[in-house]
Design a protein around this ligand. Structure first.
Ligand code: NAD
Length: 551
């Protein structure tokens, strides 16, 4: 009988499938649903509101069964979390091709999506939930750390010491915020309406303490700020109520952002609704709930604008809260910028993005060894050294041990090839799965986030993620995914992902070199095309061919 049950990926070096490429997909699918990793594993929900790894338990079982028997020259096709076919391909082809949550333009809205979902025809794949490369909250930690480091560099002399950051949302992704702020030596005050989210983040050492009340939270924050001591504080409550209250009371906040699940109005708690009634009410009256949550988001965003007017550094953290607030009629919603144009775009121009890998052995020592290899490989990269050291000390692994760091064009392929050599040389206990978030330099079209305010106005051009998926298929990735609606919700994004398995074979090494060159190469050419100088000089220096620049 198919039904909810605890899922855990096999560990060790013994295969349960016919090869490591298939085994890796199998373990990473199962790892996404490990109770240590997934936010709501019983519902197959991994993170990000309702981001799922499989459409239903029957589909999950069918994928596991198929992956166990899939041959080296076969490819399993997944349509929104359900395996729909196995085709004969060849050994350079991906073992799995995934398309999740895609809808034709005019139908690409939550209402139609939910109608189809209720009929059992689709599922929401978020970014790395349905593409099986979610590695727990660490996955987003480094990007969040980089963002807060950029905020510090821009406005606070390079450190967040002596500042208070106010945010909300301590879920799968948002839960990285407190640790990212304290890693930058600041104080974080984090609101969430779900007591379990607060407890879970404390348990995983992403959050330091829970305050009893708003007054208590502010007192703890101010004391730590004055002592220039890093501290993160969880506060239970509704952000749409607490932020306006803090603004009215003149709370001394320096930085404001948000990572509630605002991309999905049914996952954002409206004012006047008890947290315990939220799920029932959202299911019973989705239209009414949507309207109420949008109105609440408008109050929430209005308070963020208020903090901005009072001098705080305020940015949207990629959850579409500005778009939802504007739908509720709040006209100043877009007065503050998204985090990509504000801090991340220069990195994207260099092909930099979230490179991640998981140890299929289950051994933490494999990650330690790859950490050391990276430091050796890039001795001059100071921020990488600082990050890898802190991550080694402070990151609690969830599920299969994994690591993330941001690497650029010309770096990712080097790291990938070194990892493959380590597997080949027997230095690691088993192969590695090397992948990334869909939030990357050349893999996404998302006008409220990754492609907001592009220099040439090409924010909504969605050819790029399609080309990205195709080039990764053509280059030899182990599995490739093409999704819609991740991060910012239905109708607002198209994005692609790839995972490449370092199994120590010569063939894997050749595939990895191509994929990990071409994949970030998409970021460089995308930004060259949009007219960014940094991308143009990276392309020229590193020999990235751009035909239009060759005449
Ligand atoms: P999640 O669903 O795991 O967590 C969301 C949290 O928000 C939950 O803990 C929920 O209790 C809380 N919440 C909902 N309404 C609230 C309210 N009114 N007041 C206080 N708390 C409230 O989602 P997640 O994976 O943490 O992602 C959060 C958001 O960030 C999503 O919209 C996601 O798409 C976006 N995101 C951004 C990035 C980025 O890099 N910027 C990356 C991934 C996800």
């Amino acid at each position: 009988m198919s039904g909810p049950r605890p899922v855990r990926a096999p560990r060790g070096s013994a295969l349960t499938a016919l090869g490591w490429q298939q085994e890796a997909a199998l373990r990473m699918l199962q790892n996404n649903l490990d109770p240590e990793v997934a936010e709501h594993p019983d519902k197959l929900v991994v993170y990000g509101g309702t981001g799922k790894a499989a459409r239903d338990w029957r589909s999950f079982d069918a994928m596991v069964r198929t992956l166990r028997t899939l041959k080296q020259d076969e490819t399993m096709l997944v349509q929104s979390g359900r395996p729909v076919g196995v085709m004969q391909t060849h050994e350079w082809a991906p073992r799995v091709l995934i398309a999740n949550s895609n809808l034709v333009g005019d139908w690409a809205n939550w209402e139609e999506f939910r109608r189809l979902e209720a009929l059992g025809l689709t599922m929401y794949g978020q970014m790395t939930a349905g593409s099986w490369i979610y590695i727990g909250t660490q996955g987003i930690l480094q990007g969040t750390y980089e963002t807060f480091a950029a905020v510090a560099a821009k406005k606070f002399g390079g450190s967040l010491a002596g500042t208070i950051t106010l945010t909300a949302g301590l879920g799968g992704m948002g839960g990285a915020q407190p640790l990212a702020v304290t890693m930058n030596d600041g104080v974080a005050l984090c609101v969430d309406c779900d007591p379990r989210a607060i407890e879970r983040r404390i348990e995983h050492r992403f959050l330091d303490v829970r305050a009893d009340s708003l007054e208590h939270a502010l007192q703890l924050a101010v004391e730590a700020r004055d002592a220039r001591r890093p501290l993160s504080i969880g506060l239970l409550g509704n952000a749409a109520e607490l932020l306006p209250r803090m603004l009215a009371e003149g709370a001394p906040i320096d930085i404001v952002t948000d990572q509630t699940s605002a991309h999905d109005p049914l996952a954002y708690l409206p004012l006047g609704v008890d947290f315990d009634d939220m799920v029932g009410l959202a299911a019973e009256k989705p239209a009414d709930f949507t309207q109420r949550s949008r109105e609440s988001m408008a109050r929430h965003v209005e308070a963020m604008v208020g903090f901005m007017d009072a001098g705080a550094e305020v940015f949207d953290y990629g959850n579409s809260i500005r778009g939802e607030a504007r739908l509720a009629g709040y006209e100043r919603a877009f007065d503050f910028p998204g985090f990509v144009p504000a801090y991340i775009r220069p990195l994207f121009c260099e092909g930099k993005g979230p490179f991640r890998w998981a140890a299929l052995s289950g051994e933490a020592s494999d990650i330690r060894k790859t950490d050391e290899a990276l430091l050796e490989l890039f001795p001059e990269n100071e921020s990488l050294h600082r990050w890898i050291q802190m991550a080694g000390e402070r990151v609690h692994f969830q599920g299969l041990p994994a690591r993330i760091c941001w690497l650029g064009y010309g770096e990712r392929d080097k790291a990938g090839e070194r990892f493959n050599d380590m597997v080949a040389g027997g230095e690691l206990a088993a192969p590695l799965a090397i992948g990334r978030d869909h939030l990357d330099c050349g893999s996404v079209a998302s006008p409220y986030r990754e492609t907001e305010a592009m220099l040439d106005g090409s924010d909504a051009i969605a050819d790029w993620p399609l080309l990205n998926a195709m080039v990764n298929v053509a280059s030899g990735a182990s599995w490739v995914s093409l999704h819609h609606g991740g991060g910012v919700g239905m109708g607002r994004s198209l994005h692609a992902g790839q995972v490449s398995v370092a199994d120590g074979t010569k063939l894997a090494g050749e595939k990895i070199r191509r994929v990990l060159t071409n994949d970030p190469g998409m970021g460089v050419i995308r930004h060259v095309d949009a007219g960014y100088d940094i991308a143009q000089s990276v392309a020229a220096d590193q020999g990235v061919r751009v035909p239009m620049a060759e005449d």
